[in-house]
Design a protein around this ligand. Structure first.
Ligand code: G6P
Length: 290
């Protein structure tokens, strides 16, 4: 008899636990982001701790995330997109609800393996045409990644469509932005086309790398945050306001050496990172009025 009562209790408990889990999953705030876990995870965790709201992160390359959302039924979409440049999000207005908010400014840069580069001069996009760099530089696929798209955009602005394609054909195309840095540190490429945060992150980890802001012109991406046109979530606005708040932006600037999109969070010099005023900028980022 006792054992039957016990069994009923266990079944009941299991039922309650599964209901609570379903409830939690149902209440999760779902965000899409191309940022590496090392950057987005701590920020999200702090939001979860301070609000009690659970957040689920869907990670992939920017353009893959965007086309995935476009192909998803509105009712089944997540709630907020964080990252990807403003211009790219603007092109995707089918998935956007309301305003696109500037989040951070991100220069597109080269990363160079100092042990391999020897006396090859690499200061600009046009230097990539040197014979010694043939198939020795890599870039992320512009149709899948924001980073590749931004570098292609810079090249087109500087050298026209034909010139841009000619330069990229001399390099090695990789499918993901994260693969670029792996190629450069493992010596499969001498030079990689990437973005400032990831380059600095690996220099801080102790790899023998150098950052170059292309001297013929550097694109500054304005990464955006936007609500997704879908079922909506009561905490979306709060999450967006939290990411754009002065305290979080100051934290990102101090911890990750990120250039804030807020006027009242000035750039802080850090090691080899250049302030915007020292970069030959093709396209400036947009800063918030706040
Ligand atoms: C750029 C953007 C970031 C984005 C990063 C990686 O630097 O400014 O918003 O996180 O690229 O995205 P990707 O699509 O290249 O993997």
């Amino acid at each position: 008899m006792v054992s039957i009562v016990k069994k009923i209790w266990i079944v009941l408990l299991l039922f309650l636990v599964s209901c609570t889990n379903k409830q939690n999953v149902k209440n999760e705030l779902i965000i899409y982001t191309p940022y590496p876990q090392s950057f987005i995870q701590p920020v999200v965790q702090e939001f979860e701790q301070s609000t009690g709201q659970r957040v689920h992160i869907i990670h992939d390359s920017t353009r893959k995330l965007i086309s995935g959302i476009e192909d998803t039924d509105k009712k089944k979409r997540g709630h907020v997109f964080v990252g990807g440049s403003l211009s790219e999000l603007e092109d995707s207005n089918k998935i956007i609800e309301g305003e696109i908010h500037p989040f951070i400014l991100m220069p597109s840069v080269f990363i160079i393996n100092k042990d391999l580069i020897g006396n090859i001069q690499v200061d600009s996009y046009s230097d990539l045409k040197q014979h010694s760099l043939y198939k020795n530089f890599s870039y992320p696929n512009p149709t899948l990644t924001n980073t590749g798209f931004q570098h292609l955009h810079a090249l087109k602005e500087l050298y026209g469509d034909e010139g841009a394609n000619h330069i990229l054909d001399l390099g090695v195309r990789l499918e993901k932005t994260a693969e670029i840095i792996e190629h450069v540190i493992s010596g499969r490429s001498y030079v990689g086309l990437t973005y400032e945060f990831t380059a600095m992150d690996y220099i801080d980890k102790g790899y023998p790398l150098k950052i170059v802001y292309p001297s013929d012109g550097t694109i500054i991406n304005t990464d955006g945050i936007v609500k997704i046109d879908g079922p909506g979530h009561p905490k979306s606005e709060k999450f967006i306001a939290y990411l754009r708040s002065k305290s979080i932006q100051t934290h990102l600037s101090n911890t990750f050496h990120i250039k804030s999109a807020r006027q009242d969070v000035p750039f802080k010099p850090y090691k080899v990172l250049k302030p915007l005023s020292d970069i030959n900028v093709i396209q400036k980022g947009f800063r918030d009025e706040s």
